[in-house]
Ligand binder design. Structure first.
Ligand code: GMT
Length: 380
């Protein structure tokens, strides 16, 4: 199949998922065309079936706000026409779904009928999308997509409760390439960050408020009262300066390392003993799934779609949002006993395997086949 994937190229979960999806599909022989404004962070190297089309937004003195959506729609038209694209798969509704609608109309005038699949990822619905600044456009463009998918049952329910959407939403959970993450920890790296055998606690995110990184630090402080531990924070974003000063105020800055944005996260996760994701909301929690694939148990909040992937008392624990005491007690419970820790590690991996490539990618492939067939039969 010839598929165009539109996504954000940055470290956010939706861009990561879209890029990984394209890479797996390319490995399976499909031609994948990424359309975005920058090389996606997880798209390094060369692949015979992968094409990258950069959206350029020329500046002009009149433009206080360069019209990205217009440039994106034009790029979609160009890529579809010149590469025999059969399907546009857009990740994150804003502005990708509305740009796709525009491209579809332009292409229809030129006699080319192109179907659009919109995959909803989370904040495009729960935060930004429902804001009245964007709501009418998001609602309209979702309705106009041939197919809507959501990355969890929770996000599907959130979409129906926040928008007047009549069309069905298909749930296709996010996936992980378990073989890539399930690696032997790099000993030298482990020794460097935990020279005295301290337990390694980890968190990875885009450091937005919704991630509640202060809770991560609070849990860490409680754990290290009982067990020698270090905290590794991966990622970067608006909350970082506050977290740095919070750590200094609590005199634990020397036990916390900020690793910044990392694209080889599969080399870092395996050294962790525990992963924390105490988010206010998480439609899915791809970072937690990647940790589980690296055989790392997860303590997360029970918000959003997290209970669909992290199984309480099995792959880790689910605690109410903000329940720092409970999260700390659970972390200590997992970390202080070697045998318990080992059981949680194995369970985390077996839970991650349920979301492995082999289980999820065929769902996308059969969806694509169905949508392309329907489009061909109605076009002729
Ligand atoms: O919140 C983020 O980490 C970024 C955001 C995005 O769209 O890039 O992530 C959302 O999509 C991910 C992939 O489907 C999900 O794993 C995240 O749970 C979701 N984030 C939220 O719902 C807050």
């Amino acid at each position: 199949m010839n598929i165009a994937i539109v996504c954000y190229p940055t470290f956010g979960g939706s861009g990561v998922l879209a890029t990984e999806l394209g890479k797996v599909l390319a490995d399976k022989g499909h031609n994948i065309h990424f359309i975005t404004y920058q090389q996606p962070v997880r798209l390094a190297g060369f692949h015979a079936n992968i094409y990258y089309h950069e959206v350029r937004v020329p500046t002009y003195p009149l433009f206080d706000f360069p019209p990205y959506e217009t440039a994106l729609a034009s790029a979609m038209v160009d890529v579809v026409i010149n590469n025999d694209i059969e399907l546009l798969h857009v990740h994150y509704a804003i502005p990708h779904a509305s740009a796709a609608y525009m491209a579809k109309q332009i292409l229809a005038k030129q006699g080319k009928k192109i179907p659009v699949i919109t995959t909803l990822h989370g904040t495009d619905i729960t935060l930004v999308g429902k804001d009245k600044t964007y709501r009418p456009v998001v609602q309209f463009s979702m309705e106009e997509s041939e197919v809507l998918t959501a990355v969890s049952h929770n996000l599907k329910a959130e979409t129906y409760s926040n928008f007047e959407i009549k069309k069905p939403i298909e749930v296709i959970h996010n996936f992980v390439d378990v073989d890539r993450f399930h690696k032997k920890p790099i000993d030298a790296f482990k020794k460097m960050v935990a020279p005295n055998g301290e337990k390694i606690i980890m968190h990875a995110s885009n450091f937005r408020k919704v991630k509640r990184i202060q809770d991560v630090v609070k849990v860490f402080m409680k754990v290290k009262e009982k067990i020698p531990a270090v905290l590794l924070l991966i990622g970067d974003g608006p909350e970082r300066p506050d977290i740095e000063s919070f750590a200094r105020q609590n005199e634990c800055q020397h036990e916390i390392r900020f690793l910044g944005k990392q694209d080889q996260i599969e080399d870092i996760l395996p050294i962790a003993d525990l992963f924390l994701l105490p988010s206010e909301y998480e439609s899915f929690g791809l970072a937690a799934l990647e940790a589980m694939a690296a055989e790392v148990p997860v303590i997360s909040s029970d918000a959003g779609g997290l209970p669909e992937i992290n199984i309480n008392g099995f792959s880790g624990f689910l605690c109410p949002v903000g329940a720092v005491e409970e999260m700390s007690a659970r972390a200590i419970e997992i970390l202080q006993n070697k045998e318990t820790h080992e059981i949680f590690r194995k369970n985390a991996l077996s839970q991650a395997l349920k979301f492995g490539i082999g289980n999820i990618i065929p769902q996308y492939e059969s969806l694509y086949t169905r949508v392309i067939e329907e489009n061909t039969s109605t076009a002729s």
